[in-house]
Design a protein around this ligand. Structure first.
Ligand code: MLT
Ligand code: MN
Ligand code: ZN
Length: 306
């Protein structure tokens, strides 16, 4: 199983178009050691030809251009994207569906019921796309047997409901529903190796901790370093927790969570990194702290073989 990071940044990207924080300014003007990053998405494949797109980011076109393996060019119109799986209905994870509207058949899309409800109401992508390629919707059932996606044999997918946030436009933003946000445990049938992916993870409940303990690769919420990071920079009124994200530093933060997993050899990688996060600076003190804990920071284009 190959896992390619198409986009490692949180919503807004890095640099964010209108942001002049130290990081955004620094990467734009090349005055800090940091790489630009596109918005949150992964691609998974077994044969390197058919790919499952996990989250369709607004940056999908740039991501496809940067990853020619996903554009095999076998026919006049063609794509390596065999199906799309959505982990929530947030703008950074679904807007890319609009960019895929020229697909020559209904686009296979896997989503939970609450996510599909949001995409049929608050952000009606489902009906918009019906005027273009259309969508072949597949249900991600919770508490069900692992999902096997026809286009991606050899990967078993467990969808785990988790605590994060439905988007601001969700009709039930303030009344969370199970399945608004999911984590994924992906198992390679051939090697038995597992990856756990959760770009939005607000709180680590027991069933999530269990899944994390089973994973050889963890790709988890790296949105902010401190919970009040965006407030202190004067850029937002919301804490990371308000947005459904667990900050890295501090007691009970993501570093503590990752430290407590006792699976030798597991790779721990932060992903969905907000542009304000100091871990984006390659030679900064926060990055050194992460290194001491054996934690890596995802970059666009990073590939894992499991
Ligand atoms: C989030 O992860 O909290 C959202 O994607 C934020 C956004 O895109 O505005
Ligand atoms: Mn996001
Ligand atoms: Zn910024």
């Amino acid at each position: 199983m190959k896992i390619r990071v198409l986009g490692s940044s949180a919503g807004g990207g890095f640099p964010q178009w209108n942001c002049n924080c130290r990081n955004c300014n620094g990467v734009r003007n090349r005055t800090i050691a940091a790489e630009p990053r596109t918005q949150s998405s992964l691609a998974v494949s077994v044969d390197g030809v058919a790919w499952l797109l996990i989250n369709a980011s607004p940056d999908i076109l740039a991501q496809l251009a940067a990853n020619p393996e996903l554009q095999p060019a076998r026919h006049a119109r063609d794509t390596g994207i065999a199906a799309v799986l959505l982990m929530d209905a947030q703008i950074d994870h679904v807007t890319g569906l609009l960019m895929l509207r020229e697909h020559n058949a209904p686009l296979p899309v896997y989503a939970t019921d609450p996510v599909w409800q949001d995409l049929s109401t608050g952000f009606p992508l489902a009906s918009i796309l019906s005027h273009y390629c259309g969508v072949e919707r597949h249900v991600i059932a919770l508490d069900a047997a692992p999902l096997e996606i026809a286009a991606l044999p050899g990967v078993r997918i467990e969808a785990l409901p988790l605590s994060s946030k439905a988007p601001p436009y969700s009709p039930h933003r303030t009344a969370p529903e199970r399945g608004d946000n999911i984590g994924l445990l992906l198992t390679s049938v051939e090697s038995g190796k597992r990856a756990f992916y959760a770009p939005g993870l607000g709180a680590v409940e027991a069933h999530i901790r269990d899944a994390m303990r089973r994973a050889d690769l963890l790709l988890v919420d790296g949105t902010t370093w401190t919970d009040d990071e965006m407030i202190r920079l004067g850029l937002s009124k919301k804490t990371a927790a308000d947005m459904g994200h667990l900050a890295q530093s501090g007691r009970g933060g993501m570093i503590d969570v990752l430290d407590a997993l006792d699976r030798p050899g597991a790779r721990k990688v932060l992903i969905h990194i907000n542009n304000t996060n100091p871990i984006l600076i390659d030679d900064g003190p926060e990055r050194r702290t992460l290194a001491q804990h054996g934690i890596e920071v995802a970059r666009d284009g990073m590939t894992f073989e499991l």
